[in-house]
Design a protein around this ligand. Structure first.
Ligand code: UDP
Ligand code: MG
Length: 192
């Protein structure tokens, strides 16, 4: 197949690079077959100590099916904008088993993966790219711990989530993942 040939060529041309090189990671796990050029750009900007123009102040979030079903879309967006995040892209949509599986491929080996995939495709979600200084860290603080029982007072998960699996919101854990996750949902002309 053409795609296999392209990947094989790419693999041999980058095999001398370090193990965290994003294209190699994509090839190695073979779960994500698309090549994410923006994360590759971030990688090289980091290596030569240039601040990437495409990330560092952006994160990606989803309002998960539980929070949508419980009528919390408006309140959560309100909390997010009140905390100083600017909405760069926004979409009301629904994942399939297949797209949820791809999005969470990084968790494929974890025991909750199957349940997570079926939960995330069980109803509509809201996806968004957000912008703020120190976006990744500040947004993780705003949403609180993965388990809402452990989430700090006033955090989104403490206020709107009921369990560790149905925990109201997703938040990216790094600049690289924010870029990959944003690209999963949004084209360039859907960002403002
Ligand atoms: N999750 C779960 N059981 C667990 C841990 C996580 O169902 O024991 C789900 C939960 O929805 C969580 C998602 O898997 O938000 C991703 O897990 P991660 O460890 O990345 O937590 P997060 O970054 O969302 O806080
Ligand atoms: Mg995570």
């Amino acid at each position: 197949m053409e795609i296999n040939r392209i990947i094989q060529n790419k693999k041999s041309s980058v095999s001398h690079l370090e193990p965290d090189y994003p294209l190699l990671t994509s090839i190695r796990d073979r779960k994500t077959m698309f090549i994410d050029y923006s994360s590759i750009k971030t990688y090289f900007c980091k290596k030569i100590d240039i601040k990437s123009t495409m990330s560092t102040n952006r994160t990606f979030t989803m309002i998960k099916p539980d929070a949508v079903a419980n009528g919390h879309i408006g309140s959560i967006i309100n909390d997010i904008t009140n905390a100083g995040f600017k909405i760069i892209a926004l979409k009301y949509t629904k994942l399939t088993d297949e797209t949820a599986g791809q999005f969470y491929a990084v968790h494929a080996e974890r025991p909750f993966y199957k349940d997570l995939v079926s939960f995330m495709s069980s109803g509509p979600i809201v996806a968004a790219i957000l912008e703020k200084d120190n976006a990744i860290e500040d947004f993780r603080k705003l949403i609180g711990a993965t388990n809402p029982a452990e989430a700090a007072e006033g955090t989104i998960r403490q206020k709107y989530a009921k369990s560790i699996d149905a925990n109201a919101v997703h938040g990216s854990d790094s600049d690289e993942n924010a870029e990959i996750e944003g690209n999963f949902f949004f084209k360039a002309d859907e960002r403002f």
